[in-house]
Design a protein around this ligand. Structure first.
Ligand SMILES: *[C@@H]1O[C@H](CO)[C@@H](O)[C@H](O)[C@H]1NC(C)=O
Ligand SMILES: *[C@@H]1O[C@H](CO)[C@@H](O)[C@H](O)[C@H]1NC(C)=O
Ligand SMILES: *[C@@H]1O[C@H](CO)[C@@H](O)[C@H](O)[C@H]1NC(C)=O
Ligand SMILES: *[C@@H]1O[C@H](CO)[C@@H](O)[C@H](O)[C@H]1NC(C)=O
Ligand SMILES: *[C@@H]1O[C@H](CO)[C@@H](O)[C@H](O)[C@H]1NC(C)=O
Ligand SMILES: *[C@@H]1O[C@H](CO)[C@@H](O)[C@H](O)[C@H]1NC(C)=O
Ligand SMILES: *[C@@H]1O[C@H](CO)[C@@H](O)[C@H](O)[C@H]1NC(C)=O
Ligand SMILES: *[C@@H]1O[C@H](CO)[C@@H](O)[C@H](O)[C@H]1NC(C)=O
Ligand SMILES: *[C@@H]1O[C@H](CO)[C@@H](O)[C@H](O)[C@H]1NC(C)=O
Ligand SMILES: *[C@@H]1O[C@H](CO)[C@@H](O)[C@H](O)[C@H]1NC(C)=O
Ligand SMILES: [Cu+2]
Length: 596
């Protein structure tokens, strides 16, 4: 009796410490002509679809991903949010950590996910090419030992069990903006004509969407605020074209620009609606649904809501957070959330709305949440639903929006180290010309040529530019990055190689000190050293600041950049050299070839 009890305990122990596995995937990148929103163009696919396949593993596992580049252009794949601990040469940033993968070649990425769990994504990291369709989600099934917030929301054991099951395999919900042309064609026009292409053709939700031409009055009502004061010219009257796009000739710096030069949708071309299928997600009798929501787009941050369904935000970028019950959330480019929805509403069809919340364009993408099985293509949501937001993403009643500033980690042991930083890096986000952007104090821009030069991680001859930030960081140092924004545009900033603690932020003032230590000494009210947001991306507000704190525990060359493709291609990035000497001791020789 005793023996069998012992062996039972032993069996249980063995089961719960299942060894970390290597999970293998093969991804074949191909090109085709397709019309996901009703207009044919060249489209890039990952294993025949876009978004590509979901990559999953259990916490602690390694991912081994063989990438075949069968595209006509060179490629890399970045594993957005995954730290690439001890494998900085597999981060996938072209010209920073690797040579581009030429057409017809392959590249093997294998890396550990140890210490990380939850929602991530992968995407091309060369030029603006991910927006042609090279993206997909990664979900690392969180270990049972992680403190999870669900029991603070739901007490019924059956409901909890249902949610926990979904927590290991949530429903994918991706939004991506979609264009008339390939990104290379858009960039060529951007830099030929000196016009930042502000507008898109449609939104794809889980790869599906259509072109919708909204009513002019509705566009004006939903969007007028965007142009007031921003495109400020005396006597200026808000002005949108039939695709909800701002008349860019009125934007400071583009006066006299040939709006037709880009010939892109939204640039004064007449909107032509299409009728392709939109995504329908079925409730299938669930009491709760858990959505892994990611913005995989190239330019457009969105306001997201589900008609009649408030939801709990439970995870932000791979970290469980103190849950917030809200009707709407801002999802910036690259941002990821896990949202829990109680599906207890009336039998019917509800809209899942994704409205651009960028200045340039009033445009909405729509998908459906259906309690009705096999509805085919719904014409519109049911009559009786409560719609929370208009086509411009504005809340239409007294509803609440997710507050990213207070989405603190649920696990209270996740908090920033205190004390003075060993290195403080000061940066400024600025638009330095019609199509140029910078993150540096001296206005230096990250050159597109860096993507095809010898990778920064091991290059002997680095560009003499302040975009290469090398303050002599040693492993173990505490780093603060103070980023001030000019009064022009908000930017979704993303850091590679680390999560950062957001120890200070403001939407109205630049950081008024040279260091965090000075701010502490002065009792600065905006400091969050006890309870900090912990993410790999965050949007910096117009005229505001953010201060990012992290421990240098991952030697490498890590990008910090704006995730809007036109801004990054216009120069808005830097590379932080983190104990490169240490990283190079482990760099396998095969990566350091002299030409790809
Ligand atoms: C990738 O897809 C292309 C086009 O279908 C095919 O020719 C090629 O053999 C595939 N490569 C691999 C490794 O599967
Ligand atoms: C992707 O396609 C390859 C063949 O090119 C196949 O071996 C692999 O299993 C597919 N992977 C996924 C995740 O579908
Ligand atoms: C998962 O949790 C169990 C305890 O429930 C623990 O023994 C194990 O080490 C954890 N695994 C990982 C990869 O964290
Ligand atoms: C990656 O694969 C190589 C063999 O191809 C192996 O030596 C290495 O340990 C693997 N790295 C990781 C992080 O799994
Ligand atoms: C854009 O504004 C310019 C300058 O006011 C005007 O000439 C042009 O007609 C406008 N374009 C559209 C499409 O309204
Ligand atoms: C609902 O059921 C259908 C058919 O079985 C399935 O394809 C779909 O994935 C389910 N949806 C969700 C959100 O689980
Ligand atoms: C519409 O909502 C009202 C009030 O909630 C409800 O009484 C009615 O049954 C609903 N009608 C339909 C068709 O769902
Ligand atoms: C978010 O929370 C902070 C801290 O409580 C508060 O100052 C701010 O006004 C909130 N923002 C919004 C949009 O509610
Ligand atoms: C932003 O860029 C403009 C144009 O180059 C420049 O005049 C201005 O000084 C810059 N602002 C800051 C704060 O560096
Ligand atoms: C690097 O650039 C700075 C400023 O542009 C210049 O002063 C310095 O001499 C340059 N250094 C080298 C090694 O070329
Ligand atoms: Cu930007």
């Amino acid at each position: 009796m005793l023996t069998s009890f012992k062996s039972l305990v032993l069996a249980l122990v063995l089961a719960s410490v299942a060894a970390a596995k290597v999970v293998e995937y093969t991804l074949n990148l191909t090109s085709t002509y397709a019309s996901p929103d009703g207009v044919f163009r060249e489209v890039f696919l990952v294993n025949g679809s876009s978004p590509g396949p979901l990559l999953t593993c259990d916490e602690g596992d390694s991912l081994s991903v063989m990438v075949y580049n069968s595209l006509p252009v060179s490629m890399t794949i970045h594993w957005h949010g995954i730290h690439q601990k001890d494998t900085p040469w597999l981060d996938g940033a072209a010209g920073i950590s690797q040579y581009p993968i030429p057409p017809g070649s392959s590249f093997h990425y294998n890396f550990t996910t140890e210490g990380q769990y939850g929602n991530f994504w992968y995407h091309a990291h060369i030029r603006a090419r991910y927006q042609d369709g090279v993206y997909g989600a990664i979900y690392i099934n969180p270990n049972e030992s992680r403190p999870k917030p669900y029991s603070t929301i739901v007490s019924d054991p059956a409901a909890l069990a249902e949610i926990l099951e979904k927590d290991s395999n949530p429903t994918q919900l991706t939004v991506a903006d979609w264009y008339k042309w390939t990104s290379d064609a858009i960039l060529a026009r951007e830099f030929t004509f000196g016009i930042d292409p502000p507008c898109i053709q449609s939104f794809l939700i889980n790869g599906k969407g259509r072109i919708v031409c909204e009513n002019e009055d509705e566009i004006l009502a939903a969007g007028a605020w965007r142009q007031q004061g921003v495109y400020a010219a005396a006597g200026y009257i808000p002005n949108f074209d039939s695709q909800g796009c701002t008349n860019i000739t009125l934007i400071n710096g583009f006066a006299g620009a040939d709006q037709q030069a880009l010939e892109a949708p939204g640039n004064s071309l007449q909107c032509t609606p299409s009728s392709t299928d939109r995504e329908v997600i079925y409730v299938n009798g669930s009491s709760y649904m858990l959505f892994d929501l990611t913005n995989m787009g190239g330019e457009m941050g969105v306001h997201f809501s589900i008609d009649s369904h408030p939801f709990w935000v439970v995870m932000v970028e791979g970290i469980y957070v103190e849950p917030q019950l809200v009707e709407q959330i801002y999802v910036g480019v690259g941002h990821r959330f896990l949202i829990l929805v109680e599906t207890n509403k009336e039998y019917g069809i509800y809209g899942m709305r994704f409205a651009s919340y960028e200045l340039a364009q009033v445009i909405e993408g729509l998908a459906f949440l259906s309690y009705v099985p096999d509805v085919g293509q719904p014409f519109r949501p049911s009559e009786n639903v409560t719609v929370y937001q208009d086509i411009g993403g504005n809340l239409v009643g007294d509803f609440s929006q997710f507050n990213a500033s207070i989405a603190f980690p649920f696990d209270k042991s996740v908090k920033p180290p205190s004390g003075a930083a060993d290195h403080t890096i000061h940066l400024i986000s600025n638009r330095t010309g019609a199509v140029f952007f910078s993150l540096t104090e001296d206005g230096a821009m990250m050159s597109q040529n860096m993507e095809i030069d010898e990778p920064v991680l091991w290059a002997d001859n680095l560009p003499n530019s302040s975009v290469i930030i090398d303050p002599g960081i040693k492993t173990g140092d505490l780093i603060d990055i103070i980023l001030d924004n000019t009064k022009l545009i908000a930017h979704p900033i993303h850091l590679h190689g680390h999560n950062f603690y957001l120890v200070s932020e403001s939407d109205s003032e630049n950081f008024p000190y040279a260091t965090v230590a000075e701010a502490v000494a002065d009792g600065y009210a905006n400091l969050n050293l006890e309870n900090s947001v912990y993410r790999d991306g965050y949007s910096i507000q117009v005229g505001g600041h953010m201060v990012l704190r992290f421990v240098a525990d991952n030697p490498g060359a890590w990008m910090l950049h704006c995730h809007l493709n036109t801004h990054l291609m216009g120069g808005m990035g830097v590379v932080i050299m983190e104990d490169r000497e240490e990283a190079l001791k482990k760099l396998p020789a095969k990566y350091k070839q002299t030409s790809p």
